[in-house]
Write a protein that binds this ligand. Structure first.
Ligand SMILES: [Zn+2]
Length: 75
């Protein structure tokens, strides 16, 4: 596995190409791994505030990561 593969800062699982990904302060998380609050969208992880995020709806990993930073479909 490429060392460039990005991993979720919360669960440390590598992102797959179609994971919903939230970017917070240049770190990446699965959308499902953080709680998002609609007050300007602030991401929390285990009650620790991570910071604001612009892509609160989540973006597919392949949209915001480089091609060698996520797992391709393994089939
Ligand atoms: Zn995760």
């Amino acid at each position: 596995m490429s060392e460039k593969i990005k991993r979720c800062e919360a669960c440390e699982d590598p992102f797959r190409w179609n994971d919903d990904v939230i970017e917070v302060n240049d770190k990446f998380y699965h959308k499902n791994c953080v709680e998002l609050y609609p007050t300007g969208y602030f991401a929390m992880l285990d009650d620790e505030p991570l910071g604001g995020t612009e892509n609160e709806d989540g973006s597919m990993a392949f949209e915001i990561l480089d091609q060698d930073e996520y797992l391709e479909d393994a089939e």
